[in-house]
Design a protein around this ligand. Structure first.
Ligand code: PLP
Length: 470
């Protein structure tokens, strides 16, 4: 494709995206798709001959657009919505257009330094301590996912811990089987996966009880566990408080948890994948209280910050911590800039070697919406959740299953699990809204997570009509 052909086709492709987004509210949130029906539209072999790219769009209409779950639909309130704003898409076009691969500073100085600059700006906008900025001795990095952030935090923790004890070095011998990671029953499964990938296995995961009457980590119980485990010859490696759990949006007491964990030498990784973005608003700044005592913090721009997947923001207090654990330098990757120590090579801050220029879409979002635009985006959803929660409170057949948290409302019917399940199916079958579920104390619960692009009060009214039968 020549640049001139790209220019012509690009207009058509952009028109396709614009038309899709402009008409999305008229489509169902989710198509009714028979498993295998999309795949069956493809022959077993790719064609040998090139085909005109103009002809691909009608095929996409036919094969893809009719078999989708529309994450950008204003009625999408399932899981946690993933905002792929058109603003961030403009940044994506630039990024892919440049086609840079930013594994080393020298392979794309712009890729590295824009990422450093925007993560520093965002650290300040979220109210993170200056120590988490590149200027302050720590720094931010854009991972593909919060799961990857948790994994590299654990690897850094394993390295730091083994280096501090003077025992066998984790980098040479791997885990010893004594390492333990501390979570709660509400912690995202990505921590269990990280423990598995890092070789700790299921026995490496310790579940700290909730404080009485809450679904948040009990710092006193954590203290008891850490003491007992240490006395038993185990090694506390990482404690993960969550700010905004996936199930109910519960917020662990980061400050108290970190105070308990630090004397044991455990790394404190704060998983704020969904809720952390809300700290852009001064009224939600309490969400980052105590993060100054943590070693790393993660929040997903690809959830609530108008940035297309993937863009998970991670900050560490010590810029050396990730390279210390992850850096391996074959001769073909050595260069003068790296050897000078004056640059960041982001390959050492992640598992893969290669990396995309993700920071451009973040820059586009910051530029195009400003912090005020991002704050208004969050505030609108929080207001909608408060509105829905109030309606649930006054409805005789519904009840809140957990205290509402930011844009998340957990509810159920008063008639039991089967009725709640039927209600969820009824809402989802309507095509006007899509919700997901969780379990709280063994009971089936509907989750309504406001956070999609374009959701308005009219969509809340529509959802309420479905939920309340009105
Ligand atoms: N942590 C929390 C609290 C989450 O809610 C999620 C996803 O919803 C994750 C981690 C995993 O996020 P990712 O898909 O970026 O790995």
């Amino acid at each position: 494709l020549t640049p001139e052909e790209f220019r012509r086709l690009g207009h058509r492709y952009v028109d396709w995206v614009a038309d899709h987004r402009a008409g999305i509210d008229d489509l169902p949130v989710r198509d009714d798709v028979v498993p295998g029906s999309v795949r069956s539209r493809f022959g077993p072999e790719a064609s040998d001959g090139a085909q005109p790219l103009d002809a691909l769009l009608p095929l996409v209409d036919d094969v893809v657009a009719s078999a989708d779950t529309r994450w950008q639909h204003p009625g999408f309130h399932a899981f946690f919505p993933a905002n792929a704003s058109l603003t961030s898409l403009l940044g994506e076009i630039l990024s892919t257009g440049l086609g840079a691969q930013g594994m080393l500073w020298s392979t794309s100085p712009a890729c590295t330094e824009v990422e450093q600059a925007v993560t520093d700006q965002l650290a300040r906008a979220l109210g993170l301590p200056e120590a988490f900025t590149h200027d302050g001795g720590g720094g931010g990095v854009i991972q593909d996912s919060a799961s990857s952030a948790a994994l590299v935090a654990l690897l850094a923790a394993l390295h730091r811990r083994s280096a501090a004890t003077g025992g066998p070095a984790w980098r040479e011998t791997g885990v010893t089987g004594t390492e333990r990671v501390y979570v709660t029953a509400e912690t995202h499964s990505s921590l269990a996966k990280s423990a598995r990938v890092a070789g700790l296995g299921e026995r490496g995961l310790r579940t700290v009880p909730f404080s009485p009457g809450t679904r948040t980590m009990d710092p006193a119980a954590l203290a008891d566990m850490l003491r007992a485990d240490t006395a038993d010859g185990l090694t506390p490696v990482l404690v993960c408080p969550t700010v905004g759990t996936t199930g109910t949006g519960a917020v662990d007491p980061v400050r108290d948890v970190a105070r308990v964990a630090r004397p044991h030498g455990a790394w404190v990784h704060v998983d704020a994948a969904w809720a952390g973005i809300a700290a852009l608003c001064p009224e939600h700044r309490h969400l980052v209280d105590g993060v100054g005592l943590a070693d790393s913090f993660c929040t997903n721009a690809h959830k609530w910050m108008l940035t297309a997947f993937d863009a998970s923001l991670m900050w560490v207090r010590d810029a050396r911590s990730l390279p210390a654990a992850l850096s391996i330098t074959p001769v073909f990757l050595r260069d003068k800039a790296s050897d000078s120590g004056a640059v960041v090579d982001y390959r050492d801050w992640q598992v893969p070697l290669g990396r995309r220029f993700r920071a451009l879409k973040l820059w586009a979002v910051l530029h195009g919406h400003g912090l005020d635009g991002l704050r208004e985006h969050v505030r609108g959803h929080v207001r909608m959740a408060a509105d829905l929660a109030e309606r649930v409170r006054t409805h005789p057949g519904l009840e809140l299953a957990a205290p509402p948290s930011l844009g998340l409302v957990c509810l159920r019917t008063t008639e039991g699990d089967d009725a709640t399940r039927v209600l969820l199916e009824h809402v989802n079958a309507s095509g006007r809204a899509l919700l997901s579920h969780t379990e709280i104390d063994g009971r089936y619960v509907i989750r309504v997570a406001f956070g999609s692009l374009g959701t308005t009060d009219r969509h809340v009214d529509e959802l309420w009509a479905l939920l309340s039968g009105s």
